[in-house]
Design a protein around this ligand. Sequence first.
Ligand SMILES: Nc1nc(=O)c2c([nH]1)NC[C@@H]1CN(c3ccc(C(=O)N[C@@H](CCC(=O)O)C(=O)O)cc3)C=[N+]21
Length: 300
Amino acid sequence: MSAAEGSPRAQVLDGTATAKAIKAELAERVAVLRERGVVPGLGTVLVGDDPGSKAYVGGKHRDCAEVGIASIREDLPADATQADIEAAVERLNADPACTGYIVQLPLPKGIDTNRVLELVDPDKDADGLHPTNLGRLVLRVTEPVTSPLPCTPRGIIELLLRHGITLAGKHVVVVGRGTTVGRSIGLLLTRREHNATVTLTHTGTLDLAEHTRHADVVVAAAGVPGIITADLVRPGAIVLDVGVTRVVDGGTGRTRLAGDVDPGVAEVAAWVSPNPGGVGPMTRAMLLANVVDSAEAQAG
Ligand SMILES: Nc1nc(=O)c2c([nH]1)NC[C@@H]1CN(c3ccc(C(=O)N[C@@H](CCC(=O)O)C(=O)O)cc3)C=[N+]21
């Protein structure tokens, strides 16, 4: 049945509006902290001039200004050495005005990313990607410390909850095995507070459709434009489009962002997150939430 015949179209998981509401809540919490003399500060380490990375980092600083978080930039040239990058990390570790920070990924070729990420003070890790914090997530350590959670997984769950969708007992099929989303989201979803059942698939999965067709929720984070087509989705399922791939439009020669979810999915799914306007703004909002959470924890 086509949309023209009146088939129900999926409802929208509106990340832009949800992130806006979250930012308003965070602004209030920041105001309370500031009254107590505590100013949260987010730092960014950006290496090189990749247009995508520059745009993301710029967006993060605008977000900070909106909610009252101070921001600190370490912008390094494309030919920065491993030592230059490590020195920038050490400066942010030592700077009391910086309460949390991120190293924008990917770093240029030839840089040992894991070595850089391990140097980040785990207490200032706003991305939740430091081995200590990922390890605490695996080990389910929540006391006496609360570690930052990876921003995109936290944002996906928050987006669902704020649309009235709970996950207990549901089958979530994750497509993609990257560290920031695929590998870490299952650790969050299988916590007792969410209680989902999780299948992790990836581009090496033999029969992807066999898995995704059984999903109540599909998290599409493979970075393969359009990999999730309507025939892979059970009618009434919930689909989150996490992929961000820059593609050159054959016709116009302009670059645009392509998600992992084919537009036809909206004809079968009950809920779809748009891309842009879905998981991206939520990721940014959760970065701010991690900074405010840790500033509150540090303030006691
Ligand atoms: N250390 C680190 N942490 C990250 O969180 C991180 C990273 N490195 N490297 C790259 C990816 C990608 N990422 C996005 C965040 C927001 C949008 C976003 O807000 N996008 C807008 C559209 C933006 C546009 O149109 O250019 C939207 O979806 O509506 C997109 C992508 C964070 N990442």
